[in-house]
Structure formats: C-alpha cells, structure tokens
Design a protein around this ligand. Structure first.
Ligand code: ZN
Length: 373
C-alpha cells in the first residue's frame, strides 16, 4: 500500500495556476517594504501582524478576506516592490518544486503612485524572468479585471493584456467580490479577449451560486473557472463543464477561510474528481491564506484520502490546464511525467491502477500519449 508523505508531495513537480501576487508576499517582505516607504502598518512584528490581519484565519465572508489586500496593496506601488515580490513568489514556488506558475493581479490597483499600466506589467515580468534564470521555473501573468469596477476599466485592462500577449501575459481574469457584481457586466472586455485569441479564466462559484459559473462560461467564455466550489448546485452545468473539459482551479484552504465551504471536509473536490472533472490544486494566496502548494496537496490527501494515482492525476491536470501553447505543453508534460516517475521510485511509490490492470482515468496510457484528452 502506498504511503503518501509530505516529502513526496514536496518533491513531485507541480503547478500553481491560481495565485494572486498581492496576496502572496512574504510577511517579512511586507514589513520591510512598508518600513522603507514609511507606510504605517498596524504592527511590525511578523506574528503580531499576522494576528491583526487574521492571516490564515477564518473570515466572515469573501469581502472580509479581501480586506487584507488593502494592506498589501499599500506597499506594491512602485517598480522595485513589484519586481521583488514577483521574484520572491516564483522563488518560493520553485523551492517546493512548483515548475510552472501563473501569477495574477490587477494592474489598475498598483497605480496609486502614478505607475503606468505597461510599466507595472514589465516590472512583474522582470521579477519572473529573474526567477526563471535562477531556478528554471516557468511562469506567465494573468491580468485581472475587478468585478466592482466599471466595465470600461475592464476593457482597458483587456487591451493591456492583449498588448502583452506572448510578452509575459498568458491570460485574463475577473476577480473581486462576487456578490452584486455579476460577470456579465464585463462581457465586452471578455469579448475583446476572445476576439484576440487570448485565454481567460473567471473567479466564480466561490461566494455566489452556480449562476455566476454559468455567466463565466456563457457571457465571458472562460476557458477555466477560478474555484467553481458551488458548481455542485447545478448538475446540468456540471456536466457541461465536464463534457467540455473546462478545468476548475480549486483552492481548498482559501475556500474554508472565505466561507465558500464551512470546512474542507465539505469541499466537493473528491466528488468532482470521481465525476471526472478536470481539477487543479492551487494556493490562491500564499500569504493571506498562509499556505503553499505542497500544503494544498497535503490537505487534499489527508482529508479525502487520495490515492497515489489520484495525486498523479491532479499533477497531470495541473499541467494540462496551463495557459501554455499545446506543443510546448506536450514537451513539458513528457519531462514532468519522467520526473514524477523518478520521484515516485525514490519514495518507493507506484501506481496501484496499473497493477490491478484497471484504467479508470487513462493515466497509465500517458506514457504513449501525454495528452489523452
Ligand atoms: Zn483568487
């Protein structure tokens, strides 16, 4: 019987497709940047600051969780801070063998000191480039429009994303509080993204019901769904998303903190996997949620008793769902599967599906064709 250990989960190659730059600073960096810039913080000692901001704690709702960003955004208003935090985020991910990350943020929230939108994107790109040079970690940026902002600002951000397509930007997103801010309001920006052949994802089904996922798919033509926690409330839509292999970006710990689920045990992750949905595991916010990608895998394994083959499937689905050109993805997938095999051998783990001769998910055929569906 395979024993999935934390060391194994740390060593396997992973992705993080849903991680917010402004929610993923190191706490020490937040304090240091604030000091350097004379920005007052409620505390300057890491543990005390974490306590005051309720970092890693349970929040009343998504809106209260999002208030932590008021503090982090104060220090992210210049080029150096953006480059440094982007580099450190990629570095932290690389050090737990995350091979590919898609870093998201809304450039419009970083203009308080007068930075232009292109300079903001270039500053983040510089940090990610540096991390690639040092650790080999691949990455891309996702530009977020904000639900509560006017549709015109979403359109400006969509134009920015398209201008930087293949120059660091790999996708477009809609973030922020879902309540009273329907995605359809931003349909024009998403139409512009679609016409320009750019990838998109939308935060949906986190605080609001399955209707927000319906809007994300049909009004915004999202290629992936951020969270999708409440998709289980609409079986018809669940089947549509499954049939079209639309990936869900699941963030377990964050969902328990924002109240999207009342406890991780009640997250639909296992039901979704058993149903055949394409599921990816992600951090959402390394700082605000106080998590890592290894921690998210660990939680999934502990709470849902995942098997070795299910862990492998999550890894494979992570890379499959990346906003990466198909041909490049195929190459990356070959390397990832080789590495997964080596790490498994090192930890004495092997497929249980193959030994039983039963193929539930066609994972055992991946060696022949890395993209079976
Ligand atoms: Zn998010």
């Amino acid at each position: 019987m395979n024993q999935i250990t934390e060391a194994f989960l740390h060593d396997i190659p992973k992705t993080d497709l849903h991680v917010h730059l402004d929610g993923s600073l190191r706490i020490e960096t937040l304090i240091e940047l604030a000091r350097e810039r004379n920005i007052p913080l409620p505390a300057y000692e890491p543990d005390r600051l974490k306590e005051i901001l309720n970092i890693g704690g349970i929040h009343e709702n998504l809106e209260s969780y999002l208030r932590v960003f008021d503090t982090t955004l104060k220090v992210l208003q210049d080029e150096d801070a953006l480059t440094r935090t982007a580099f450190e985020l990629a570095e932290d991910a690389a050090l737990e063998n995350c091979r590919y990350i898609e870093v998201r943020y809304s450039p419009i929230l970083h203009q308080r000191e007068g930075l232009s939108l292109p300079v903001i994107v270039e500053s983040v790109a510089a940090g990610l480039r540096e991390a690639k040079k040092k650790y080999g970690i691949m990455s891309g940026q996702i530009i977020c429009a904000m639900r509560h902002m006017p549709p015109q600002s979403s359109l400006r951000l969509a134009e920015l994303a398209v201008a930087f397509k293949n120059k660091g930007v790999v996708g477009f997103d809609l973030a922020g509080g879902e309540m009273n801010n329907p995605a359809e309001k931003h349909a024009e920006a998403f139409a512009f993204i679609r016409k320009n052949n750019l990838n998109s994802t939308v935060h949906a089904g986190e605080a609001y019901g399955a209707r927000s996922i319906h809007q994300a798919i049909h009004d915004c033509n999202a290629h992936r769904i951020g969270h999708g926690t409440r998709l289980r409330e609409n079986g018809d839509l669940l089947n549509y998303i499954n049939d079209h292999r639309i990936p869900l970006e699941v963030c377990l710990k964050s969902n328990a903190q924002t109240g999207a689920v009342d406890a991780i045990e009640n997250h639909p992750l296992k039901f979704y996997m058993d149903f055949g949905l394409r599921i990816t595991l992600n951090t959402d916010n390394r700082l605000v949620t106080d998590t890592t990608i290894t921690e998210e895998y660990k939680l999934a394994c502990q709470v849902f008793h995942l098997t070795y083959d299910e862990v492998k499937r999550l890894v494979v689905d992570g890379f499959k769902s990346a906003f990466m050109p198909f041909r490049k993805k195929r190459e990356v997938m070959r390397l990832v599967l080789d590495e997964f095999e080596q790490v498994s051998q090192k930890h004495g783990l092997r497929s249980e599906v193959a030994t039983r001769g039963v193929s539930r998910y066609a994972i055992d055929r991946i060696g022949e064709d890395p993209m079976p569906d």
